[in-house]
Design a binder for this molecule. Sequence first.
Ligand code: NAP
Length: 493
Amino acid sequence: MAPHFDAVIVGAGFGGMGAAIALNELGLHNLAILEREDDLGGTWHVNRYPGLAVDIASVTYSYSFEPNPYWSRLFAPGAELKKYAEHVADKYDLRKYMRFDTVVTGAVWNSEEQLWTVSIADQEPVTARFLLTATGFLSQPHTPDIPGIDTFTGKIIHTTDWDDSYNLDGRTVAIIGTGATAVQLIPNLAKRAKELTVFQRTPIWVTPKIDTPIPRAVQRMFSVAPFTQRAARFVNTAILELIMVSAVLHFRQARLLNAVAASVAKLHLRTQVKDPDLRRKLTPDYDFGCKRPTFSNEYFRTFNKPHVRLETSTIERVESDGIVTVDGTKTTIDTLVLATGFNIWDVNFPAIDIVGREGRNLGKWWRENRFQAFEGISVPQFPNYLTLASPYSYSGLSYFTTIEVQMKHLRRVIREVLRRGATTFEVTEEANSNYLDRMTAKLGDSVFYQGNCQTARSYYFNQHGEAAILRPTSTVTALREASRFPLDSYNYA
Ligand code: NAP
């Protein structure tokens, strides 16, 4: 039976588009990109909350092979990322592969026919020789199960489902959560709301954001002399790499650097907030890097405003018109914003039901054993399958590094399949367990295991207590390994 497609890619964000570009380069053009949303762009299509912007400088947060000289700021607003995604889809002619409003419910390996059967809600299943899931890390919104939340009669908005038609002017608003999303959103909510209460469970490290518009002359220079933008990218990436590799991954050897980063954040807080009690509440008691640090020049100072209040008492319940904390205080509100993030470990790894050889269910296997994927991309007993949102895959600070490492890896392994005239590839148990052991050993030096992360409630840690998202190598190493991993790490048949 011939499959419908050479490859099915789940997800039309930057990861999925990168995978399609790589497959095209190998001569595979019979592709389907299945996307549950109604348009492309992934995170940058779904998230539209006020204040949304990248927090990795745009010269780095983009494909290296498709630079955009026209970013308006050092840290581009979210809408520019969405436009950039559209540009990439058009330039690389990817829209013809995309099917929107298409919810993939699962995929099963058919050993007899040697193909994947991909189930789609309310549609006929499709089959493919190769399956790639590019469902992102932060794509399953977390809505907290707070008692009474369903009895609230005002407006509830999750940050991943922003209601552009809802007027915030003059509202009495509460926001739950103080993660990276809230850090961007809170200053903007404060500009519109009559009163704003921020419910913080765990404070977050916030450092200054050195952001500025990029003058037209510089944009023109980037356009006519692309090497200048490449140089800017190189410098920026090197700085990010230094922060990531030294302060986070080599915490054991570079505690001092980590302490310097924390001091910068504390100084930033001190210059923006005069009230010592407020400062104390906004200061984390865990090490810098346990949770993803954030960048903002406006966040802390927003709490000085008379109509903004920080509430650190634990939420007990939600009532029809407000939130009650355990100390019995009720905050009456008409609008509740949930900046409560995402569920990664229960429902996103993997985002859909994937069943491989001999009935191995990927999610069940990961949860019952350890989360693992060779080079953060392939798993034993899952032939012809590449999982792009994987344990130990996230390299560096910019997601585009991960995407490009994975593009290199997938080009190499699928090229080898085609060269041999083989039908399937499957990573060996040995290669997979060697990679897992190596990553586990390397992470031993990181802030996650050497630092004080107990109180961070960081989504980097899974239900087994393992920090299994980041790949603890430099991006240079990750890129090199993607080009040089032994081809016999895979069995070909
Ligand atoms: P997040 O970091 O997971 O933060 C969720 C927040 O909600 C936390 O403060 C959490 O408190 C709180 N929360 C969750 N459930 C709660 C409950 N039941 N009661 C009280 N508080 C609760 O999610 P996020 O802010 O959406 O950010 C996720 C990631 O997205 C970031 O780390 C970053 O990687 C990415 N992001 C990037 C950008 C950017 O690049 N521009 C912007 C936004 C987000 P606890 O900490 O106590 O759990």
